[in-house]
Structure formats: structure tokens, C-alpha cells
Design a protein around this ligand. Structure first.
Ligand code: F6P
Length: 550
């Protein structure tokens, strides 16, 4: 894979952005409200769907001509070539010299994904088979603890070894018919302490999830869990109460976990892309092999769509390009993710790692400073709760925050009242953000409420909504394993496309290293074994203050 962009590509990208800025100046002469009024077919022009998954991006400050310019940018930036390089197993993670092949984890048996000349699909399928044997054994009780059938499973991991399985298990709770699942991630002892408080060691299984098997939080929590088992059941019980998922099988063995309970994956799987791998074992134990396979199949369907759909109908490409428009052309620094789906309550946290750890980069693949902003700040909470908390700022604050709304057409629950209200609220928010309310409309409403003219004038500006605030809506049939797989893969590929346009390495994460190194240096000072005087006065002051307060 050639890393360096040619001068011709760089010049073409510069030209494409110049065109986009001209498009912006043209489009910004109109509000979205005007554009909807002028074009009754705006929704059909600026939305796309694939097999019941709909992306409506018509409530953005763009039009068809601007989209054409964005699609040109994708072409000249080489998005398709880079996508093909990823699927071909080329080492597109250049700083770690690794292939990026999470797509192989959801491939069908007869497909081929090659890394260093080897088809990896066979290995993937054999780990899936081993996971399935173990998961089904735990589910049917044939694999049990010293006190009998496992009632509780605790996944110990952090980052990608926690957020994926935790988010997916919560999202698929209607399919959860295995033992109870718990997730411990934080090195704060409160997390494992509170989790273990109500559990019975004799019927608790621990899954130690760590790609590297060196992450201090996970190793510390795993050691605490081990001590908890040994204290209650004795050293000989450890084997029955632990399993692990890692690329470092030698380290798993050194921890005392038997090879038959160690489920491997590979360095071409990034942590934040690993829920499809052995890291998904907790999910498989919760929902069973068939549902887990449906989850993989959904992601695979999105991979095929991403690989083959024309760019102008390609959901991840469209989502990414609208994001580029908002970030780089209109200059909005953040993006809110607002699932109208309570079971997606961890989705924003999951996307934060996926997007911000992937595209929070300040240098290009060549190591030069980027020339434009990269990944936005991603945050969010489920609606309708957010409506009663932070939406005020999204509607009337001084920053424009583009939003992604996600909602199922059909709920799992049969009481239609709730879901009709949910749908109405979701669509109403997108409409309110787009339309806003003019000061004249606010005046008319106040007058209709019987307010006297002076009161109307006093309140009118407070009741004015600027509108013209962008949002996407992603509508799916129902939140089943297949659909969730497609949704996650949609965002994975959106992140890919944006990283390709920005020319950055979306698959490394050097930015987390410095803090880790410094924490290890500070630990002896916090412990009182070393003097913090060598540190800056704030850090030393905080260490001393904490010591004096203990
Ligand atoms: O925070 C950095 C990071 O490496 C993430 O990318 C990763 O998901 C997390 O730590 C956990 O890493 P591991 O699975 O190796 O314990």
C-alpha cells in the first residue's frame, strides 16, 4: 500500500474542497426550511436505503449539487481504492504495520480474506466454533462452576474489550436467555467491589477480555477476581471459574487459564473493532450461537453493501460525506448521537471509542500535520431522556451540533402507545431542528395565547428557534441481532471513509499512551514510596494533597 499521497491527489483534494466551499456559499443563501418548501422531492433525493435500513440526510444544509461535489471528493481522495486495500488485507494501519480485517470476522465460510498470504477465514471459523461450544456449554449447564450451573458471568475488560460486548448485550436484551451478564472495566475498585457484592463465587464465571493481556485496569481487576475466587473456593477452583479472550495466548496461560478456555484473535483486529471476535464471547453466552451468528451476518451484509453499492447509494459513504460537510465545510466541531431506543443506551459511548479513538488524529499517514479538522467530538444519550436534559442547547445554544437520530419502526414490546410516542418525539425533534420557529411565529403564538402586546414583545426572542440545524435520521425495522450488526458496521465504515478522506491512520491509538506511561511513573509517588518534588507544582501539589487527605 502506498502511503504517501501523490501531489496530483493532494491537488485534486484541495480543488474538491474549493468546490465544496463554493457550494456552501451557494447553499447557505437558503435555509433548509426554504429548500424543503421549494422541492417536494427533497426527501427522496436526499435519502437512501438498503434492505429496510433507511438513512434520511435531507435535513442537512446541503442539496443534490453539494452531494455531487462531496461524491467527487470521495472519488479523488481514493476512498474506493483504500476500501479495496482494506478488504484485500493490505497493511493500511501503517504505524503498526498491520492489516485491518475485522470484516473477515463476519465473513461466510467460503469467502477468503488473506493476511500475509494466508486465508484467515478458516482460523476465524475455528475460533467461532470453539466459542460456540463453550458458550452453549455454559448456557446448558454442562460447563459449570464448583457450585453448579453458572448464574452470573462477569466480563473483565476495558475500551474495546468492554464497550462492544456491554453495548451489544444491553441492546439485545430481548434475546438474552443465558446467565446474567456483568461488565467490570474501571480500575476504580468500586466497580468490581459493587459488581461482586451480590454474586456467589461458586456459580460465577469470569471472562478476562484483553487483546494485549497487559492492560493494567483489566489485569488488576482480573487479579482481584482471582483472589475473590481463591478466598471462597480455593486455588483449585480457578480453572473452572475463568476463561479468557486475547491475542496473547501465552500470557493467558501464564495467568493460569487453561488453553481450552482461551479464545484467540489476531493483531489485524483493532480493539474497538473486536466485538465480532472472541471478545464477543459474553454476547454469545447471553444470546446464544444462532443470534450471535445473525449479528455477524448483519455486519457482513453491510460489508457487502459498502463494498459493492455505488457511492451515491452507499450508506456508510453518504453518512461519512455528510459528516465531512458538517465538520470541514460548515465547521461544526461536534456531533450528537441520539438513539430513540433505550436499549441503545451505551451506543454513544461505544461510538465515542469507535470514532474518536479512530479519527482523533492530528497527523497524516505520512506524519505531517493535517491541514483540516479531523474527527468531531461525539457524544449523546437516548431520546426522549435527552430532550429533558441537554436538547435545549442543541435547539437554542450558540453552537450548531449536527445530530444522528436512530429509531426502530417497530418495538419489541406490543404496547403500541409507547412506540407511537417515541416515533412522534424523534421525528418532531428533527423537524423542530430543521424548521425552527421564527420571531413572527413566536409572536403569533404568544398573541394566540392571549398575551398582551408588551408581553408578546418581551418573550418573542426567547421563544424564537433559529432552526436550520442539521440532523440525519437512521430508521430500521426493529432492533434485532442482524440489524444491530448492520448498524455497527455502518458506523465502522463511516469512520473508515472519513479517515480515508483525511488521509490519517484510523487504526492506531498512540494518544492513549502518554497518560498510561505517566500513571506508572506517578504510582510510587502516590504510594508514598517516592518524592513527587520532581514533577510540576500542580501534579506534586495534588499528590501531596491527596496524601494529606487520606
Ligand atoms: O485505550 C487503549 C486501548 O488499547 C484500546 O484501544 C483498547 O480497546 C483498550 O485499550 C483495551 O486494550 P486490551 O484489549 O488490550 O486490554
Amino acid at each position: 500500500m502506498t502511503v504517501a499521497r501523490t501531489a496530483a491527489t493532494a491537488a485534486a483534494i484541495t480543488d474538491a474542497f474549493a468546490t465544496l466551499r463554493a457550494e456552501r456559499d451557494r447553499v447557505e443563501a437558503h435555509t433548509m426550511r426554504d429548500m424543503f418548501a421549494a422541492d417536494p422531492s427533497r426527501f427522496s433525493r436526499l435519502s437512501a436505503s438498503d434492505d429496510g435500513l433507511l438513512l434520511d440526510y435531507s435535513k442537512n444544509r446541503l442539496d443534490t449539487a453539494a452531494m455531487v461535489a462531496l461524491l467527487d471528493l470521495a472519488r479523488v481522495a481514493g476512498v474506493e481504492e483504500r476500501r479495496d486495500a482494506m478488504f484485500a488485507g493490505e497493511k493500511i494501519n501503517v504505524t503498526e504495520n498491520r492489516a485491518v480485517l475485522h470484516v473477515a470476522l463476519r465473513a461466510t465460510q467460503n469467502e477468503s480474506y488473506v493476511v500475509d498470504g494466508k486465508n484467515v477465514v478458516e482460523d476465524v471459523q475455528s475460533v467461532l466454533a470453539a466459542m460456540s461450544k463453550f458458550a452453549e456449554g455454559v448456557r446448558d449447564g454442562s460447563i459449570a462452576g464448583t457450585g453448579g450451573r453458572f448464574t452470573d458471568v462477569v466480563n473483565i475488560g476495558i475500551g474495546g474489550s468492554d464497550l462492544g460486548p456491554a453495548m451489544v448485550t444491553r441492546a439485545l436484551s430481548p434475546y438474552h436467555d443465558g446467565p446474567r451478564l456483568h461488565f467490570v472495566s474501571n480500575v476504580d475498585g468500586a466497580h468490581i467491589h459493587d459488581t461482586l457484592a451480590d454474586l456467589d463465587p461458586a456459580t460465577t464465571l469470569f471472562l478476562v477480555a484483553s487483546k494485549t493481556f497487559t492492560t493494567i485496569e483489566t489485569m488488576t481487576n482480573a487479579a482481584t477476581a482471582r483472589r475473590w475466587i481463591v478466598a471462597a473456593l480455593g486455588e483449585e477452583a480457578v480453572g473452572a471459574h475463568f476463561a479468557a479472550m486475547s491475542t496473547a495466548i501465552d500470557k493467558v496461560n501464564a495467568f493460569g487459564i487453561d488453553a481450552s478456555r482461551a479464545f484467540g484473535f489476531w493483531d489485524w483486529v483493532g480493539g474497538r473493532y473486536s466485538v465480532w471476535s472472541a471478545i464477543g464471547l459474553a454476547v454469545m453466552i447471553a444470546i446464544g450461537t444462532k443470534n450471535f451468528r445473525d449479528f455477524l451476518a448483519g455486519a457482513h451484509a453491510m460489508d457487502q453493501h459498502f463494498r459493492t453499492a455505488p457511492l451515491d447509494r452507499n450508506l456508510p459513504v453518504l453518512l461519512a460525506l455528510v459528516g465531512i460537510w458538517n465538520r470541514n465545510v460548515l465547521g461544526f466541531p461536534a456531533k450528537a448521537v441520539l438513539p430513540y431506543d433505550q436499549r441503545l443506551e451505551r451506543f454513544a459511548a461505544y461510538l465515542q471509542q469507535l470514532d474518536m479513538e479512530s479519527n482523533g488524529k492530528r497527523v497524516t499517514l505520512e506524519g505531517a500535520p493535517v491541514t483540516m479538522p479531523t474527527g468531531p467530538l461525539v457524544w449523546g444519550e437516548p431520546g426522549t431522556n435527552g430532550q429533558h436534559a441537554f436538547y435545549q442547547l442543541i435547539h437554542q445554544g450558540t453552537d450548531v451540533i449536527p445530530c444522528d437520530f436512530l429509531i426502530a419502526a417497530k418495538a419489541h414490546e406490543t404496547d403500541g402507545v409507547h412506540h407511537a410516542l417515541l416515533l412522534a418525539n424523534c421525528f418532531a425533534q428533527t423537524e423542530a431542528l430543521m424548521r425552527g420557529r421564527t420571531t413572527d411565529e413566536a409572536r403569533a403564538e404568544l398573541a394566540a395565547e392571549g398575551k398582551v402586546p408588551a408581553e408578546v414583545e418581551r418573550l418573542a426572542s426567547h421563544k424564537t428557534f433559529p432552526g436550520n440545524r442539521p440532523s440525519n435520521t437512521i430508521l430500521y425495522k426493529t432492533l434485532d441481532p442482524y440489524t444491530l450488526g448492520r448498524l455497527i458496521a455502518l458506523y465502522e465504515h463511516q469512520v473508515f471513509v472519513q479517515g480515508a478522506i483525511w488521509g490519517i491512520d484510523s487504526y492506531d491509538q498512540w494518544g492513549v499512551e502518554l497518560g498510561k506511561q505517566l500513571a506508572l511513573q506517578l504510582l510510587p509517588m502516590v504510594d508514598g514510596r517516592a518524592d513527587p518534588a520532581s514533577r510540576d507544582s500542580s501534579t506534586a501539589g495534588l499528590i501531596n494533597a491527596a496524601a494529606s487527605l487520606r
